[in-house]
Write a protein that binds this ligand. Structure first.
Ligand code: PEP
Ligand code: MG
Length: 372
């Protein structure tokens, strides 16, 4: 067994010395971050901050979205700031100076807010029984009714939420920068990048950038030292890939989100990939690949290529990565290497495979060049 372990280590060593692309991991907790490092990840390519609000913290998102006025909203944000600061500080500590890309809140609201149908049924039952609704119940019912969307995955998500709820992204940016300042003050290292989700236009990114810059200036004044942070964007909508030359003006990096990009390019719901018609499509040979598993090089992949080229036409050194599920898929990794991405980010358990495949991709590329 030790011989086998030793050979595996040697092979991984060869792959690591060979590969051009870096390999990062997606992680949202200090435990996942530690696991990512143990697997050889060179940083975190995606912290999904909405995952920090699952479980018994879920109600905070509800409170924020349903807040009646600015004061109530600010009270929620004030409660969240120290909580988020500590979340981020712990992840920074676990990563010890390796880069961490923290994505601003991108909650699928239908997973966080109460279900409208359920609420309506409950309300109707209560009415029948002659039970008075509390003020809170009525408020929730009204708000959920008002905010109900037929297609939540194409609705109030990502940056759209950030622009709709004043102060939300500013609070998260402040939590990130204060956590970084704490780690640095304690003699540690922390390298962070702030990422904006679901951007489709430069105007969205520019507004958020301005909000983050204000927070940065305030934190610099308070701590008396310069804050270093990169701001970038997800490219996960076809329009963002097509307008990448313009979007690059306000981004220090791009990270391709191939989960949403696949959903919006094909018009396939990512939450319904088990839907019956997929099997029919595969049986009849209409779908030759499963586009959510392996990147479809001609459609989704073409948009990644266009996004990369146009982004770099504006900023030649623009850092490019991918953080959708495809980042851990062998065939997709070869494709990303050919497009010139700087890194892939995948779940911690897939990191070793990604390191190996990124190494093979570079080798194959060199061989190809030798023979042509
Ligand atoms: C993506 O869309 O590919 C992505 C990484 O974001 P999420 O999966 O969180 O929507
Ligand atoms: Mg996404």
């Amino acid at each position: 067994a030790t011989d086998l372990v030793r050979s595996v280590h040697r092979i991984m060593g060869v792959a690591d010395r060979t590969r051009r692309m870096q390999v990062r991991a997606n992680a949202d907790t200090p435990e996942d971050a530690a696991r990512a490092r143990a697997m050889g990840a060179q940083g975190i390519g995606l912290v999904r901050t909405e995952h920090m609000f699952l479980g018994d913290r879920r109600h905070h998102v509800e409170d924020l979205v349903l807040a009646a006025d600015g004061d109530e909203r600010q009270a929620v944000l004030d409660r969240l700031l120290p909580m988020q600061r500590e979340d981020f500080r712990q992840i920074m500590e676990a990563m010890g100076g390796l880069p961490i890309t923290i994505r601003l809140l991108d909650p699928p609201l239908h997973e966080f807010l109460p279900d409208l149908t359920e609420l309506m049924v409950k309300a109707a039952r209560a009415d029948d029984a002659g039970v008075q609704r509390t003020e809170r119940e009525q408020k929730v019912l009204d708000a959920v009714r008002r905010m109900h969307e037929q297609n939540p995955m194409l609705g109030l998500r990502g940056v759209r939420l950030g622009l709709t709820i004043p102060g939300l992204y500013g609070m998260q940016a402040r939590a990130i920068l204060e956590a970084q300042a704490q780690v640095l003050a304690a003699g540690g290292e922390a390298k962070v990048e702030i990422m904006v989700p679901l951007v489709s236009s430069i105007r969205e990114l520019r507004e958020i950038r301005r909000e983050i810059d204000e927070v940065r200036e305030a934190v610099e004044k308070e701590t008396g030292s310069a804050v270093e942070v990169h701001i970038g964007t997800m490219i996960e909508l076809p329009r963002a890939a097509l307008r990448a030359d313009e979007i690059a003006e306000d981004a220090e990096f791009f990270s391709f989100g191939t989960n949403d990009l696949t959903q919006t390019t094909w018009g396939f719901s990512r939450d319904d990939v088990e839907a019956g018609f997929f099997f029919t499509y595969k049986d009849r040979g209409i779908l030759l690949i499963s586009p959510f598993e392996s990147i479809d090089q001609y459609g989704v992949g073409e948009l990644v290529r266009i996004g990369a080229e146009r982004g770099r036409s504006t900023k030649p050194g623009l850092k490019l990565g991918v953080c959708g599920e495809h980042g851990g898929d062998p065939d997709s990794i070869h494709f990303f290497n050919s497009v010139g991405l700087d890194y892939v980010s995948c779940s911690p358990f897939r990191v070793p495979v990604a390191r190996l495949e990124a190494g093979r991709a570079t080798l194959l590329e060199d061989e190809f060049e030798m023979h042509h």
